[in-house]
Design a protein around this ligand. Structure first.
Ligand code: EPU
Length: 461
């Protein structure tokens, strides 16, 4: 994938249209597997995680047409070619494990799924997924394979709806349980469910598809299986992570951007923190404007949480921004236990950040007294110096992009394939907002961001 060379200090200005959410479309594609009908998705981002998920669906028999230019995917899975997900999909993202929920009600065969991957931000077990699916009647075994382990799942007696109380409102476990419940007999009730906008997008899709599904205000989701499946068109919910990431890049560079399609309702916790920071935003009827309005104010207590709290995926870029806010700020990560590894590099760039194992906040936290480095104190303002950086994961990668955009000299970023997992045409997008960014492909052929567009109008079938 090559490297990004970013010369910072230029305010980002301009506008762009936000794309659909990675964490919604990947699940919607998996959800399409629960029947043989044809589904059409609009507003699909052209990112690596979608490409991987399309590959996964095609592996088991989906017919996929992806028009990346029009952002449309048409998918149908008339029959299952196999229910074995090869190990090459292990580690690519968190999606394979959801295949169990989607396929259990459709086949008597064993569903074999490699271990879940995704960003290395903690242990990220799948015990809640397994326990919920077992409660619905599945038998799931973990077996060692050639290179690493895989889950073997089956429901020979069929699935039976029941009451499931999740120990924590896990996004993935909620989605997996919902998917399985769509073909179980009787009603399934999930208590303490995740209600992230991307989960609600899945709920909306499934309702259109024929499932009777209700989301109560107290994190209870009730699912009655579909009697009949319908063909469905669905526009993917806007990516609130892309919106916030680019908004923070604009504010960090003292710029001003308008993001068409940004949805106020999904950004409330983020906007409140921007206001505390002294940054500006205007909600327009078709999007949100974000802008710098004078020295950023620290003294903030930021605690990540499940929705409607402050999203953990906004945390890393926000910390990059806090290095430029006056005074001490605290960040308490309560969702993933190991999401501050990236701060070492920010420190090497000049940031003043201390890490603590204690909970430096008020929210109930599963990591209390468990010796995880999950709180930090940041002292700003510290000038940032450029350096060569290897990106370790997706959102840490964006924190480094912001740091690079704020540092005055040239920063070289390698490992940019992590960014491609979740941000569409990032170099292009930043360049169009005025950033001095060059994408140098691995071939060493020097090309600028504007002529190395990763977008291609190809059709995946
Ligand atoms: N957890 C368990 N057991 C389980 C499931 C989760 O202990 O069986 C724990 C996890 O270890 C974690 C917490 O519960 O500490 C939350 O995990 P959750 O299941 O909610 O996360 P996920 O479904 O694996 C999705 C997003 C993440 C995002 C989290 C939280 C996708 C593909 N990923 O992960 O997004 O951080 O929800 O909102 O939807 C990203 O986009 O960069 C990203 C990491």
């Amino acid at each position: 994938m090559g490297i990004f060379k970013i010369k910072g200090g230029i305010p980002l200005k301009g506008h762009f249209r936000a794309v659909g959410a990675k964490n919604a479309i990947t699940k919607l594609l998996v959800a399409s597997l629960i029947s043989e009908k044809r589904y059409l998705f609009f507003n699909v981002p052209n990112i690596l995680d979608v490409e991987i998920t399309v590959g996964l669906c095609k592996e088991i028999g989906s017919i996929v047409n992806w028009d990346t230019k029009e952002r449309v995917i048409e998918i149908s899975t008339p029959c299952l070619k196999t229910t074995y997900i090869p190990q090459r999909f292990s580690g690519s993202n968190r999606i394979p494990i959801l295949m169990i929920g989607a396929l259990l009600g459709r086949t008597d065969e064993d569903i074999i799924v490699p271990m879940a991957g995704g960003c290395k931000i903690g242990r990220r077990p799948v015990d809640f997924h397994i326990k919920s699916l077992e409660k619905l009647g599945a038998s799931i075994e973990y077996r060692e394979m050639k290179k690493e382990g895989a889950y073997f799942a089956r429901a020979h007696e069929g699935l039976q709806g029941c009451l499931i109380e999740l120990p924590y409102p896990s996004v993935g476990a909620t989605e997996n349980t919902i998917l399985a419940a769509c073909r179980a007999k009787g009603t399934t009730v999930i208590k303490n469910a995740a209600i992230e906008p991307e989960v609600i997008d899945l709920v909306l899709f499934l309702q259109k598809l024929g499932v009777a599904i209700v989301v109560d205000v107290d994190r209870t989701i009730r699912i009655q299986p579909a009697q009949e499946f319908y063909e469905v068109e669905h526009t993917v919910v806007t990516d609130r992570i892309e919106v916030a990431s680019l908004a923070m890049a604009a504010i960090g560079t003292k710029g001003h951007i308008f993001i068409e399609g940004a949805q106020h309702l999904h950004m409330i916790a983020f906007l409140n923190k921007l206001r505390e920071l002294g940054a500006g935003f205007h909600i327009r009827n078709n999007g949100i404007e974000f802008f710098y309005r004078g020295a950023l104010k620290g003294g903030i207590l930021l605690e990540t949480d499940v929705h409607p709290g402050f999203l953990t995926d906004w945390q890393q870029p926000f910390v990059a921004l806090l290095t430029q806010a006056e005074g001490h700020s605290i960040v308490h990560e309560t969702v993933h236990e190991n999401r501050f590894g990236y701060t070492e590099t920010l420190k090497e760039m000049g940031a003043d950040i201390q890490i603590f194992n204690e909970c430096l906040g008020n929210l109930p936290c599963r990591f209390r007294a468990r010796n995880y480095a999950h709180s930090i104190v940041i002292k700003g303002v510290t000038p940032l110096v450029s350096k060569a950086i290897a990106i370790p994961d997706l959102r840490a990668g964006f924190a480094y992009v912001i740091a690079a955009l704020m540092a005055p000299d040239e920063t070289i970023l390698s490992g940019i394939h992590f960014l491609d997992r979740g941000y569409e045409d990032l170099a292009m997008k930043l360049a169009s907002l005025g950033a001095d960014i060059n994408h140098e492909p691995k071939s060493k052929k020097k090309e600028t961001a504007s002529n190395t567009t990763l977008t291609t109008t190809h059709t995946h079938s």
